[in-house]
Design a protein around this ligand. Sequence first.
Ligand SMILES: NC(=O)c1ccc[n+]([C@@H]2O[C@H](COP(=O)([O-])OP(=O)(O)OC[C@H]3O[C@@H](n4cnc5c(N)ncnc54)[C@H](O)[C@@H]3O)[C@@H](O)[C@H]2O)c1
Length: 259
Amino acid sequence: MDRLKGKVAIVTGAAKGLGAADARLFAAEGAAVILTDVDDATGAALAAELGAEYLHLDVTSEAAWAALIADVVARHGRLDVLVNNAGIVEFGDPETLTEGNYRKIMAVSLDGVVFGTKHAIPAMAANGGGSIVNMASIAAIQGEPTFAAYSAAKGAIDAYTRATAAHCIKHGRGVRCNSVLPAGIDTPMVQSLGGKLAELGAAAPAHDNASATNRLGEPVDVANLVLFLASDESRFINGQSHVIDDGASIISGNTVPRG
Ligand SMILES: NC(=O)c1ccc[n+]([C@@H]2O[C@H](COP(=O)([O-])OP(=O)(O)OC[C@H]3O[C@@H](n4cnc5c(N)ncnc54)[C@H](O)[C@@H]3O)[C@@H](O)[C@H]2O)c1
């Protein structure tokens, strides 16, 4: 019940899906959790249900990040955990992706992590340190033909995790940084993929590579790992990539997605 007791935690993209599951567990484990999103109605409703706080944050804006973290520290006195979860997915292979989609994906998925990390580190270090958890994807390490820009963003997030951890070790900041690489999890993002593909006239991708047991994971499956990485229980784990895919990526012949 108290695995995050006394900790102040920010979760981005917390209105729905994986971020919402993180926020639920964090609140249940005693954190003062600040849910942030651009979907204000949904985010505020969940925060009210959890007895938590909701703040609007478009992660693409560095100025918004600076203001939000300053506000949280001013009111709560500290920042212990940041979950850089917000992300979007758009289809596009390396030959057909559009500049607009590419830049949008990079802005939400990668810029958000970079700006959030930049402003969280000094806020956490001021109170002895903290934990940053970055939401990458199995797409960071597998060849994803139909989500090329998404893969690039997630690979960069995974690399940025190591850069951040190494920086914080070198400069004694006390901040750990780990990444999480899930395969297919049943969230609004994944539920929307079939419709987006249909618009493009493409066949829906098989989820048979998402899990060795041919099933999508549930958001809580990822949230349990995020909770562990956020808590002091993982204090000796730093700068690591954590694949969570029901074993799909270690099955011979199952490492290259079909579809
Ligand atoms: N669901 C999966 O199978 C899966 C697998 C691997 C990685 N991921 C990653 O996990 C994270 C969460 O995915 P999800 O499936 O819960 O997605 P989702 O679409 O269900 O939820 C994402 C949330 O992010 C918010 N968001 C979008 N743009 C934003 C912005 N500019 N600023 C702040 N918030 C914004 C949305 O409003 C939404 O509430 C993403 O980074 C995604 O890439 C998901």
